[in-house]
Design a protein around this ligand. Structure first.
Ligand SMILES: [Zn+2]
Length: 684
């Protein structure tokens, strides 16, 4: 591992910090924290932490000694000064006199000693940093170090690799007890570079930011060199069996990993998927599968993201999806059973006070294909996948130089159910559509965009499909979360199938479809050219049918119901003169919606439509509004609000109607009218 320290960069961050009133030592603390955080071989997603002992003024203006410590769960790669809250150092150090202290009490003491009262909670490893003497302390979960210490003879291997430069601290759960043990060993051994925390990670320290950082790089380099020198070559026998594509496999896994909501009939608790393939993952699935299947985290805090062992599935052989689906459901059932046993067993030892987390896997392994991370959001799924990839690499290297050995199951339970670790996940007051995936066609338009935004706000993962990819990408930027923009021509069956395959590959499946793409054609029906009528049917009827058919296929593979929502139009109910080419396919669309409701209701798939009118959009442009208002002798405002309520209807109002239909689990074959009131267009 190469040092990424660049003096010119360090000087620049110090200069910029000075302008913002940030002292030199803190600026350099920020710089090297970011260097460590930017390398996934050192630190992943909130793991690892750094600190600085310095002087600061408290709120009364008194200068005191403080520990600036990374906030719990903060991302080191992008850390700012606020991500390193300052805690009075002296009271923390006084705690060393105690034998033990309850977590809640320790946290209360830490919070009471924050210089800035609303600052975030200090890292769970704050006491380790407080007790160590050096000004700068760096702690990472470096992959190469983990491969060496996650071994039955980890202590001996450490002595071989690091000599006396790092002192060895036997495994203890992170927290106060570990901090006390670590400082005792540190003072006795007086190591030059820092500490190894067995089966957990490495700590280096120094009087300057650069010194602590370079110690870290030097130690990780020693570990890497040892692995390279001592690895036995892999003997791989490649038996090539063609797998089913990710898009076909993912919905099966996603469906099997969904749980019926016990309280609300028809509701499911779903997860989002994130796929990883590539040579490293594939070869690990081949050569280390038995060891990976055993599970065991490579460092304790991974348990909150990946659980302690993965879901192991069979090879998804091409043409044998039914068998794969059956095996997947059985494997998930066994996983859930094992997790519940694990919880019950260890909760009993813990006094029965813990609350069981959901028992579903967070990592799924499919030999010959790759791995899936699972999470309540796309972001959580990607974090699980990132950690799983690194876990595989660490386990693989550990097996190459000896035998991988994790902490005990009881230790994993203590970490998984440690309130301070759970706090890293944040308070979860989940939005109503958390875990659900929605596809919106015509996603770049006014109604499509407003609908995508409304669903994203309600917690869904969103795919925006549009003929115009550039416009869909622009629209995606205005929506929260991490939406996926896809080029899709709904008049082309191949394009629709490819778009839905992309959604399934990216998110793992689909639960809600808002089939919204459309365009208006006019002509007096007795005289209109047949080509125009056919064109309109292609888009305004068959377009919806293609989209619904592609979605149904994925929904049925998931087996957790679903929801099809169609943008009908006032024309479907109340035809306008010379609007036949538009209104007739829209009337057929209403029949299509009802047919889906009828044919798939028994599988929990609902179908509804929105009948909206007079919305500013691509179908009703500003020029059209101006000319129509003029033709009727009305102001534009009066024209747009010419309805029973006298209120203009906006794209956002239509979006809310779609959202309502998605949430109304007992409603199917419904048409919701959003037109401000028009008796002639009322449903009868
Ligand atoms: Zn740690």
């Amino acid at each position: 591992m190469k040092s990424r320290w660049v003096e010119a960069e360090a000087a620049e961050i110090v200069a910029r910090g000075a302008e913002a009133g940030i002292a030199r030592d803190l600026a350099l603390r920020i710089y090297s924290t970011r260097l460590l955080g930017a390398d996934p071989k050192l630190v992943l997603h909130g793991g690892g932490n750094t600190s600085l002992k310095t002087r600061a003024r408290d709120l009364l203006g008194n200068e005191i000694e403080v520990l600036r410590i990374k906030a719990s769960g903060a991302d080191m790669a992008t850390i700012e000064a606020e991500g390193l809250p300052a805690v009075r150092l002296a009271p923390l150090r006084d705690l060393r006199a105690l034998e033990a202290i309850a977590d809640e009490k320790l946290l209360a003491i830490e919070r009471a000693n924050l210089i800035d009262p609303p600052a975030p909670n200090p890292s769970v490893e704050v006491m380790l940093h407080a007790f160590l003497p050096h000004k700068f302390v760096d702690h990472t979960h470096a992959s190469a170090v983990l491969s060496i210490i996650d071994q039955p003879d980890g202590e001996k291997k450490c002595a071989d690799v690091f000599g006396g430069r790092l002192a060895f601290v036997p495994y203890l759960m992170p927290g106060f007890g570990l901090a006390k043990k670590a400082i005792e060993i540190f003072e006795r051994a007086q190591p030059s570079d820092g500490l190894i925390l067995s089966k957990h990670g490495i700590v280096t320290s120094g009087e300057s930011a650069r010194e602590a950082y370079e110690h870290m790089i030097a130690m990780v380099s020693l570990a890497e060199g040892f692995i390279t020198r001592n690895s036995e070559p892999r003997l791989l026998v490649t038996v090539w069996r063609e797998p089913e594509p990710i898009a076909a496999v993912a919905p099966i896994i996603r469906g099997a990993c969904s749980q019926k909501d016990e309280k609300i009939e028809g509701a499911w608790r779903r997860l989002v998927l994130d796929f990883r393939g590539g040579p490293m993952v594939l070869s690990a699935l081949q050569s280390d599968l038995a060891c990976l299947a055993e599970g065991g985290v490579v460092t304790p805090d991974h348990t909150i993201r990946t659980k302690n062992w993965p879901l192991v599935l069979p090879h998804a052989d091409a043409g044998k999806l039914d068998g794969f689906a059956h095996a997947t459901r059985e494997a998930v059932g066994a996983f859930v059973g094992r997790y519940r046993d694990y919880f019950a067993r260890h909760n009993k030892h813990a006094g029965g006070a813990k609350q069981e987390l959901d028992p579903l896997p967070r990592v799924a392994l499919v030999p010959g294909l790759g791995l899936f991370g699972l999470g309540r959001t796309k972001r959580d799924a990607a974090i699980a996948a990132d950690i799983a990839e690194e876990w595989m690499a660490v386990v693989g290297d550990a097996e190459r130089i000896g035998r991988f050995e994790s902490i005990s199951e009881a230790d994993m339970f203590d970490c998984e159910y440690w309130p301070l670790e759970q706090a890293k996940l944040g308070a979860r007051n989940e939005p109503p559509l958390a875990g659900q995936i929605v596809a919106v066609t015509g996603g770049a338009g006014a109604i499509g965009g407003a609908t995508a935004k409304a669903f994203a706000t309600a917690g869904a993962e969103v795919a925006l499909l549009d003929l115009n990819l550039a416009a869909a990408l622009e629209q995606a930027k205005t929506i929260g979360g991490s939406p996926l923009a896809i080029a899709c021509d709904v008049t082309d069956g191949g394009s629709v199938r490819a778009a839905f395959a992309q959604i399934a590959e990216h998110f793992g499946g689909v639960d809600i479809v808002v089939s919204n793409a459309g365009a208006a054609w006019q002509g007096r029906i007795g005289e209109v050219d047949e080509d125009i009528l056919r064109k309109s049917f292609e888009l305004n009827f068959y377009g919806h049918q293609r989209v619904a058919q592609a979605a149904i296929k994925i929904m049925r593979a998931q087996g957790t119901g679903g929801c099809l929502l169609f943008n009908a139009s006032k024309q479907a109910v109340n035809p306008g003169p010379n609007f036949g080419p538009y209104g007739i396919p829209k009337a057929a669309l209403l029949a299509l919606m009802r047919q889906y409701a009828l044919d798939y209701g028994a599988e929990g798939i609902r179908a509804n439509a929105v009948n909206a009118d007079r919305i500013r959009s691509g179908l009703l442009t500003e020029e059209m509004i101006a000319s129509r208002a003029k033709a009727r002798g009305l102001s534009e405002k009066d024209y747009m609000s010419g309805n029973l309520l006298g209120r203009e209807v906006a794209a956002e109002d239509v979006a809310q109607a779609f959202l309502h239909q998605a949430l109304a689990l007992k409603t199917t074959a419904d048409v919701t009218t959003v037109d401000g009131g028009n008796i002639a267009a009322a449903m009868r």
